[in-house]
Design a protein around this ligand. Structure first.
Ligand code: HEM
Length: 406
């Protein structure tokens, strides 16, 4: 390994990232994997980049806790952001996690998801019609981010004319999860939680008065709970609705945006998908692996434990770098190549273990319908200006991608 890579690994600090890193983090990830796969950060946390180490941490929920009450206290203080993030299921351990997850999984059943397909196709086609009429378009705003907002809005049956704020709230709340946040980002995140809570209170009140069909309407299902009496309390209900709305937004929008940009950058792979549309399923998996929209996960050790050859004390925060693990040559052949027919492709874009993404079937469906229909309609789409990256390390995507249909 050359000196540059050693230097790149040795100087890596998640709290001091360079502009080059935001554009292309993969050389740094590779340097870390090869030189310091379990790297201690100046703040005492560890940054993990090897596939096997991530799997080991994800699978051991007892030793690697998702509960963020301790970790978030200094970052958020006694704020609504603190209340929100520490109440959502993703940042909790069993038994609280198990209970909430069971209710949410019940609401995201394969049947409920299959039933969404016709409306999803109609939505995608409407967006494609509007793009065709324009010629010049913006891939993220006009397409990628317009899809998940509607899908999650449908899932909770949020009235169409009340969906406008959802995306901004979601961006502000998830933005506050970045490793370092400005006072403005903190204030924006808190205000978004407050506004979102106030909105959901009225929505829940209306839904209690006029329940929907619990087979199809996730909010009614979460309000009514399970037949065995399992229910969420009011705080759990509101914060987990916010979480659900957020979890499905930016991640899926970035899958669609990153995927279409990756195809544009790999013309031979794009041609292959055009000629063999059945490859769409493996193509989506490859897009998830190659440019994972959620690049980082976090855990905290609950006991003294060894991971990747390093002994860690109890109470050590660790960052799991999905973006690096998904390009680990010990797991993937020729990992830097974008291969839409890659098999096997056991990527970690949705994590693994007890917290594995509860919405992955929905995300896959959205990705496959959006990308296959976009490509069939505009096989020669091209860039019409420089794409602008989102500037985030945790959620990797574009803010805007100016395009032309040709
Ligand atoms: C491409 C799109 C998506 C990606 C890459 C993604 C990624 C992830 C990842 C990595 C986790 C695990 C976090 C951790 O434990 O550290 C997760 C959890 C979760 N995701 Fe997704 N997600 C996507 C879309 C969705 C959608 C569409 C929904 C909902 C409709 C959703 C709902 C959830 C929920 C509820 C959890 C928490 C599960 C738990 O803690 O048990 N996600 N997601």
């Amino acid at each position: 390994m050359d000196e540059n890579a050693r230097e790149l690994a040795a100087s890596f600090d998640l709290e001091k990232l360079t502009p080059e890193f935001y554009i292309n983090p993969y050389p740094t990830y590779r340097a870390l994997r090869e030189n310091e796969p379990v790297r201690r950060m100046p703040n005492g946390s560890y940054f993990l980049t090897r596939y096997d180490d991530l799997v080991a941490a994800y699978k051991n929920t007892k030793a690697f806790s998702s509960d963020k009450k301790k970790e978030f206290a200094p970052k958020y203080g006694n704020s609504l952001l603190y209340e929100h993030h520490t109440t959502s299921l993703v940042f909790n351990d069993p038994p609280a996690h198990t209970r909430v997850r069971r209710l949410i999984m019940g609401a995201l059943s394969p049947r409920a998801i299959a039933e969404m397909e016709p409306a999803l196709i109609a939505l995608v086609d409407r967006l494609l019609d509007a793009i065709e009429a324009k010629g010049n378009f913006e891939l993220v705003g006009d397409f990628a981010s317009a899809i998940p907002v509607e899908v999650i809005g449908n899932l909770l049956d949020v009235p169409h004319d009340e969906r406008e704020s959802l995306r901004d709230w979601s961006l502000a709340i998830l933005g506050a999860l970045e490793p370092v946040i400005s006072p403005e980002a903190f204030a924006r995140g808190n205000k978004a939680v407050a506004d979102f809570l106030a909105y959901l209170e009225t929505l829940v009140e209306r839904r209690r008065a006029t329940p929907g069909n619990p087979e199809r309407d996730v909010l009614t299902r979460l309000i009514q709970g399970e037949a065995n009496g399992e229910r969420l309390d009011e705080k759990e209900l509101l914060h987990n609705c916010i979480f659900l709305l957020n979890a499905g937004h930016e991640t899926t929008s970035n899958l669609i945006g990153n995927g279409l940009v990756a195809l544009r950058n790999h013309p031979a792979q794009k041609q292959r998908l055009l000629e063999t549309p059945e490859l769409i399923k493996s193509a989506i998996e490859e897009m998830l692996r190659y440019e994972s929209s959620n690049q980082l996960g976090n855990r905290m050790t609950t006991e003294r434990i060894e991971l990747g050859g390093v002994m860690m004390a109890a109470g050590t925060p660790i960052t799991l770098c999905i973006g690096a693990a998904n390009r680990d040559p010990a797991q993937f052949l020729d990992p830097e190549a974008f291969d839409i027919a890659r098999t096997p492709n056991r990527h970690l874009a949705f994590a693994t273990g007890a917290h594995q993404c509860a919405g992955m079937a929905l995300a896959r469906l959205e990705g496959a319908i959006a990308i296959s229909r976009f490509l069939a309609r505009f096989p020669n789409y091209a860039l019409h200006g420089e794409p602008v990256r989102g500037g985030r390390v945790r959620f990797r995507g574009f803010l805007s991608v100016p395009c032309v249909t040709r």
